[in-house]
Design a protein around this ligand. Structure first.
Ligand SMILES: [Zn+2]
Length: 184
């Protein structure tokens, strides 16, 4: 697996692309019971390490979205188009990083209650912003980088790139595109 794989509006994945080492994410009992979440094995292991440290720091984060197949992304995209809601956050099928199995959207428990409203997760996002690189994750769509990443600020979306790349990307405040020298 190439953990530095670049997927965006200029670098699309085939309809057939399925990562080869997906594993089932075991969120705690009661979390989204009808949804099976899958992640790359290494990414999942590092995610669990991060969850544990976050928990000890007082933040009960969980994985809210992980791998999405091309077909599933297509379904989401069509539904959103129909709904006439804001589509700036949602990728077209083939352009979603979620098809790589290398990224997670984060939600959390607060006093035992499941929370996925971004307005209520600022503390968790801040913790992730400051600490996720230690586990190889980056904030993939930072503020003010839409002209490079193609997406507005997404404080919940973290992408695994490995500790070395993540440390440089987060310390320098750059994007994966800039790190790889593939802007535009
Ligand atoms: Zn996401």
């Amino acid at each position: 697996m190439n953990y530095l794989m670049l997927v965006n509006k200029n670098n699309r994945l085939n309809k057939d692309y399925v990562p080869d080492n997906l594993t089932v994410v075991k969120n705690r009992k009661g979390d989204k019971p009808n949804l099976i979440l899958l992640l790359d094995k290494v990414v999942y292991k590092k995610f669990l390490e991060m969850v544990k440290v976050a928990y000890n720091d007082g933040y009960d984060i969980i994985c809210d979205s992980a791998y999405r197949s091309y077909d599933y992304q297509e379904k989401l995209y069509k539904e959103l188009l129909k709904s006439k809601k804001d589509i700036s956050y949602l990728a077209k099928p083939g352009e979603s990083e979620h098809q790589t199995g290398l990224c997670v959207d984060i939600a959390a428990y607060q006093k035992g209650r499941y929370v996925d409203d971004p307005r209520k997760l600022e503390k968790e996002y801040k913790w992730l912003f400051n600490n996720s690189f230690k586990f190889g994750f980056i904030l993939r769509y930072p503020k003010g980088k839409r002209h490079i990443t193609g997406y507005p600020y997404e404080p919940w979306h973290f992408r695994y790139v490995g500790v070395l790349a993540a440390t440089r990307i987060m310390n320098e405040g750059i994007t994966l595109e800039e790190y790889l020298g593939k802007v535009g």
